[in-house]
Design a protein around this ligand. Structure first.
Ligand SMILES: [Zn+2]
Length: 238
């Protein structure tokens, strides 16, 4: 009896140990990887060709909520990302540099705007692109940056997952995962790997005021740049 009970105890310890290993592995992947991105060397951006697409513009304001207009937030963040990337030697192409659009008259105007952006980005021949947007589609309680990608390119998925991890504190406690999307034209109709970042929800009052805050925009921009630097540190030869 005594031997049996010792064995049973050992099995219990083994079970506890196994669970602990699994949990520790999960924590290591979740937090150490996030740490890696946080501490990445921005010199990895040197010479890399990146396109930044500030969503909407001109006659198309995009979404709005609580007095905050998407096209303006997108442009502000895009400008801050561009500055950081250029300061570290990256070669940046912007799909729009001012408050303009590429709409055509009549039917299909919006689609033509996107097709023009795609065309411009492809001509610039970047290694990756980042399209910057704000979300505003569901209830007032939803919040958090969300990254989308097309499964067309493996690199898009990799960058999306890194970008989503880099944005885990926007806002703090953001548990969203990178999402595959087969319908976003900007992601699926382009011959360049890239991601679309919904930086947050304008329909959420607190998040709308955060997104309009230049300090929050700067933080966001910094983490988008870190995600890109981390991505290139893992894709050095491409
Ligand atoms: Zn948008």
């Amino acid at each position: 009896m005594r031997i049996v009970s010792i064995q049973r105890k050992n099995w219990q310890w083994l079970a506890v140990f196994s669970v602990a290993v699994v949990v520790l592995n999960y924590l290591a992947i979740r937090f150490l990887a996030a740490d890696d991105i946080e501490n990445v060397n921005l010199e990895n951006l040197q010479g890399r060709r990146i396109a930044i697409d500030p969503g909407h513009g001109g006659i198309d304001s995009g979404a709005s909520g609580h007095g905050v207009i998407e096209k303006e937030v997108n442009m502000a963040i895009a400008g801050k990302v561009t500055k950081i990337l250029q300061d570290h030697g990256a070669v940046i192409f912007l799909s729009r540099e001012g408050d303009n659009d590429y709409y055509t008259r009549g039917k299909g105007g919006k689609r033509n705007d996107l097709l023009t952006r795609i065309d411009k980005i492809e001509q610039a021949q970047p290694e990756v692109f980042v399209s910057i947007h704000c979300n505003a589609i569901k209830g007032p309680d939803l919040s958090g940056a969300q990254v989308f990608y097309s499964p067309k390119f493996e690199q898009s998925k990799q960058l999306a997952e890194v970008m989503q991890r880099a944005l885990k504190d926007f806002p703090p406690g953001n548990r969203r995962q990178a999402k595959q999307d087969l319908h976003i034209l900007m992601l699926n109709g382009i011959k360049v790997p890239g991601v679309l970042v919904e930086t947050g929800y304008l329909t959420n009052k607190k998040e709308a005021s955060r997104l309009a805050d230049p300090a929050y925009q700067e933080e966001l921009a910094g983490h988008i740049a870190k995600a890109l630097a981390y991505h290139f540190s893992k894709n050095a030869g491409q």
